[in-house]
Design a protein around this ligand. Structure first.
Ligand SMILES: Cc1cc2nc3c(=O)[nH]c(=O)nc-3n(C[C@H](O)[C@H](O)[C@H](O)COP(=O)(O)OP(=O)(O)OC[C@H]3O[C@@H](n4cnc5c(N)ncnc54)[C@H](O)[C@@H]3O)c2cc1C
Length: 477
């Protein structure tokens, strides 16, 4: 019997598991996919918004501001990247100025550092702002992370400290028993005293498994993106927002922690909770929109497109509560943007406002095992690299020439808690395939390494989901 089972290994499930692993509790995470951080957490703008934008009085506003504050300490503890690159909200027409000043006032009311700048000052900071920009608001505390890196690191750490992660376990039924729940997945039945439902776009369906009274509904809202190749001098260093509209924060130009640029997202309601396609219309719309705020965008350096689904609730705000009709069942429903920026604060909120009344929270007395960061040779000095080459010659075998990743680095991230089992899982962790050739050269090598290390046939190595086979058979025996 578990004390707590978390359903969903996105950034919110991951950070909850990480904090839960510090307490005397038996905890498991159930995830339907074959890797953590595969859903909304894998396909978004990766921004730690400052908190200037959500509507006043909402949980989104409160948790975004607090989440932004918590990121420095969290990322230091998990040993993952976090930078405060800053952002600008730009006005391109006189008619937008009242909204710009409203946002400025909102930022001030929340103690979010912000400053209104005239065009000249804004251009001095970001020379590629479009000729239409007339004023801008500077938001220096806005940051960037790699959301799946934070998620996987949190789960690695949680597992190092005793949490169980069950991948490929899709929750299909939940029975409320006397004092506990039976959770049935496609693989097994798990018993737990408390359930935390952190299933993203499916969280309303999971809640319906135990409640006949729920009126919460999630409608997926798709956002699509272009990815530009890494550049030594990206077109902007801060994230550039237009003024928000009823559809959300608008189409952004966003640097990434790896020096790529993202262009997007649009905002379209769809009905399919797995509909992560790209469409010609949306991509064309994004091209048009970004040219209003930024010029000289090197569109010839596009290397990829992708899309993600926001878990948009019909209440307009995050729903984070113990279900009124099902004691010990905790819902995280409608965690759309700013769900990444808020994630550390969502965990804090669940602990301080819900869990403390449900179960004794006693800290473990044994020392917490610190996470060992992923090995990234490319960031090391020659002497440090040399040590790795001497320890294991596979660190000298270059697999990805775009991102300079060695075989040793890939082998290391396969043989860890919450380790990679797919080509995409390897790419998300140490980036072979994330560069200009998009895996054209390194993918066959990555398949070979995965097959050898996991002891499976190359034809059984998956790109991503269970349907995404890469090889179907041998052409020559
Ligand atoms: C286009 C777009 C842009 C965004 N940009 C930003 C941004 O820049 N900053 C920001 O703060 N937020 C942003 N967001 C929002 C952010 O991505 C999400 O709020 C956040 O990733 C949600 O994380 P999560 O852990 O709650 O859900 P998810 O990441 O969706 O994870 C839920 C998990 O539950 C699993 N699951 C579902 N059903 C089951 C089941 N039956 N059994 C077992 N497991 C199940 C899923 O497989 C998944 O892994 C954006 C979102 C989108 C789509």
């Amino acid at each position: 019997m578990y004390d707590i089972i978390v359903i969903g290994a996105g950034i919110n499930g991951g950070l909850l598991a990480h904090r839960l692993s510090k307490y005397n509790l038996k905890v498991a995470v159930l995830e339907k996919d074959n890797d953590a951080g595969n859903a909304a957490t894998a396909a978004n703008s990766a921004m730690v918004h400052s908190g200037h934008d959500p509507k006043p009085g909402t949980l989104k506003a409160k948790l975004n501001v607090r989440g932004n504050e918590l990121y420095d300490e969290l990322c230091e503890e998990l040993k993952v990247d976090f930078i405060r690159n800053g952002a600008m909200v730009v006005a391109t027409d006189e008619s937008e100025l009242p909204t710009l000043y409203e946002l400025y006032q909102q930022a001030q009311d929340r103690n979010v550092p912000a400053r209104i700048m005239e065009r000249e000052e804004a251009i001095a900071l970001e020379p590629n702002l479009s000729d239409e920009v007339i004023k801008a608001m500077d938001l220096p505390t806005t940051g960037l992370i790699s959301p799946w890196e934070v998620t996987i690191a949190a789960l690695e750490s949680a597992m190092d400290n005793g949490v169980d992660l069950f991948l490929n376990n899709e929750v299909v039924n939940i029975d409320k028993k006397d004092g506990y729940f039976d959770i049935t997945t496609n693989k097994a039945v798990y018993q737990t005293k408390i359930v935390i439902n952190s299933a993203g776009v499916f969280a309303d369906d999971i809640y319906r498994m135990v409640s006949k009274q729920t009126t919460y509904n999630i409608r997926p809202r798709r956002g699509e993106y272009y990815v530009l190749d890494r550049a030594d001098q990206p077109v902007v260093t801060r994230t550039i927002y237009p003024l928000p509209s009823e559809k959300g924060k608008g189409v952004l130009v966003v640097p990434t922690i790896h020096n790529n640029i993202l262009l997007g997202p649009n905002s379209d309601y769809i009905d399919d909770k797995e509909g992560v396609d790209n469409t010609a219309e949306a991509l064309e719309y994004i091209r048009r929109e970004v040219s209003k705020t930024v010029k000289n965008i090197p569109m010839h350096t596009i290397i990829r497109t992708y899309s993600g689904l926001r878990a948009t609730p019909d209440t307009g705000d995050f729903i984070i509560e113990e279900a009124k009709d099902v004691p010990n069942f905790v819902n995280l429903i409608g965690i759309e943007s700013p769900g990444i920026a808020s994630a550390p604060a969502i965990t804090e909120y669940v602990f301080d406002n819900i869990l403390k009344d449900l179960i004794p929270l006693e800290k473990k007395t044994e020392p917490y095992k610190e996470r060992r960061p992923w090995i990234i040779l490319n960031r090391m000095s020659v002497e440090e690299k040399q040590e790795y080459f001497e320890k294991d010659p596979r660190f000298g075998q270059m697999v990805c020439r775009c991102e300079l990743i060695s075989e040793g680095e890939i082998v290391d991230i396969i043989h860890r808690n919450a380790g990679a089992t797919t080509v995409k899982g390897v790419k998300r962790r140490v980036r072979p395939g994330a560069g200009r050739c998009q895996g054209g050269f390194c993918e066959p090598r990555v398949i070979d390494i995965l097959a050898r290390e996991l002891n499976v046939a190359p034809c059984d190595v998956l790109y991503d989901s269970d349907e995404a086979k890469i090889l179907i058979g041998k052409t020559k025996e």
